[in-house]
Write a protein that binds this ligand. Structure first.
Ligand code: A3D
Length: 320
C-alpha cells in the first residue's frame, strides 16, 4: 500500500518541525507548501538528507504550488504570521484571515478528502474560517490547541509533583487564548484528581492556581523568551499526535477545537472540547457536565471566540 500523504501548508518554524517529526515517525510522505520561494524546498531537502542516519524512507518535497498537495490524506495548516512580544493572538486576526482564504480554497480544490488540522492563530476563529473557505465536512476540519495547552499543564504538574509526565493527565477546555479553562477536577496523577492531591498535601491550592495561570500564559511565556516568534516544538508535536490518531484510527480522546453543534449547550461553533479522533476525523464530541463555576469560565471563553468570529465576518463579508 502506498504511504499516506501529509501536506503541510506553511513551512515556517512549526511547518519544518512537523515535517521532521512526520518523517521520523514514518507517518507518510510529506509535502511542504509555502508562498516563500526556496523555504519549503530547502527544508524538505535538509530533512530528506537526515533519512539515511535516521533510517526513514518517507519522501519529502517542497513546493510553491497547491497542485502538489493533490490527494493529501492530512493537511496541517500553519500558514500566516506568529505573535511578537506584546501582541495577543487576536492581533493576528486580519492578516491571518486572508491567509485562511487562500489556504481553504487550495485545500478545497486539491485535497478535499483530507483531515485538516489548523494551527494558525487566533486558533478558534481561524479554524472556523478555514472550514468556511474550504467547504469540507465539519468533522474533517479541526484545530490544534487543547493538546498543547494540556501538555503544558501536564508538564508543569509533573515538575511540581516530581512524577512522570506520562502519569499526569490534564483537561483543558475553551478557546485557545487568555480565557482557556484548565479543569483541575478532571486532571489527575494516575487517576487521582488534583483537588484530592491538594487535600493529600502534595501541593497547595495557591501553587495549583499559579500553575493554572502559567498554563494560560504558556504561549506568551515562550514568545517573551524567544522574542522573534512563538513556540514551535510542542505545537508541532501536539498536531502530529492528532494526525497520527486519524491516520491510524486510534480513537484517541484528545481536546481540540472542534465543531460543536448540540453538545455542551453550544449551537454550531468551533471551540476547544474533548473529542474522539479516529479514521472518521472528529468522530465524537464528549458532552461533559460542568459545575456552575466551570460553566461560567467556559461561557466566558465561548463568548470571546464568538466575538472573534463576528470580527472575521466584519472583515470578509463573504463569511457573514
Ligand atoms: P512562521 O515561522 O512565521 O511560519 C509561517 C509560515 O507561513 C511562513 O513560512 C510564511 O511564509 C507562511 N505563509 C504566510 N502566508 C502564507 C500563505 N498565504 N500561504 C502559505 N504560506 C504562507 O510561524 P510559525 O510556524 O511559528 O507559526 C505559525 C502559526 O501558528 C502562527 O499563526 C502562530 O501564531 C500559530 N501558533 C499556534 C499555536 C497554537 O497552539 C494554536 C501555537 C504556536 C503557534
Amino acid at each position: 500500500m502506498a504511504r499516506p500523504k501529509i501536506a503541510l501548508i506553511g513551512a515556517g518554524q512549526i511547518g519544518g518541525t512537523l515535517a521532521h517529526l512526520a518523517a521520523i515517525k514514518e507517518l507518510g510522505d510529506v509535502v511542504l507548501f509555502d508562498i516563500a520561494e526556496g523555504t519549503p524546498q530547502g527544508k524538505a531537502l535538509d530533512i530528506a538528507e537526515s533519512g539515511p542516519s535516521e533510517g526513514f524512507d518517507a519522501t519529502l518535497k517542497g513546493t510553491n504550488s497547491y497542485a502538489d498537495i493533490a490527494g493529501a490524506d492530512v493537511c496541517i495548516v500553519t500558514a500566516g504570521v506568529p505573535r511578537k512580544p506584546g501582541m495577543s493572538r487576536d492581533d493576528l486576526l486580519g492578516i491571518n484571515l486572508k491567509v485562511m482564504k487562500s489556504v481553504g480554497e487550495g485545500i478545497r480544490d486539491h485535497a478535499p478528502n483530507a483531515f485538516v488540522i489548523c494551527i494558525t492563530n487566533p486558533l478558534d476563529a481561524m479554524v472556523w474560517a478555514l472550514r468556511e473557505f474550504s467547504g469540507l465536512p465539519h468533522e474533517k476540519v479541526c484545530g490544534m490547541a487543547g493538546v498543547l495547552d494540556s501538555a503544558r499543564f501536564r508538564h508543569f504538574l509533573a515538575v511540581e509533583f516530581g512524577v512522570s509526565m506520562r502519569d499526569v493527565t490534564a483537561f483543558v477546555l475553551g478557546g485557545h487564548g487568555d480565557t482557556m479553562v484548565p479543569l483541575a477536577r478532571y486532571s489527575t496523577v494516575a487517576g487521582i484528581p488534583l483537588p484530592d492531591l491538594v487535600s493529600m498535601g502534595w501541593t497547595t491550592q495557591d501553587k495549583l492556581d499559579a500553575i493554572v495561570q502559567r498554563t494560560r500564559d504558556g504561549g506568551a511565556e515562550i514568545v517573551g523568551l524567544l522574542k522573534t516568534g512563538s513556540a514551535f516544538y510542542a505545537p508541532a508535536t501536539s498536531a502530529i499526535e492528532m494526525a497520527e490518531a486519524y491516520l491510524k484510527d486510534q480513537k484517541r480522546v484528545l481536546p481540540c477545537a472542534a465543531y460543536v453543534d448540540g453538545a455542551l449547550g453550544l449551537k454550531g461553533m468551533y471551540v476547544g472540547v474533548p473529542t474522539v479522533i479516529g479514521a472518521g476525523g472528529i468522530e465524537k464530541v464528549i458532552d461533559i457536565k460542568l459545575t456552575k463555576d466551570e460553566q461560567a469560565m467556559f461561557d466566558h471563553s465561548v463568548n470571546a471566540v464568538k466575538g472573534l468570529v463576528e470580527a472575521c465576518k466584519g472583515i470578509d463579508p463573504s463569511l457573514a
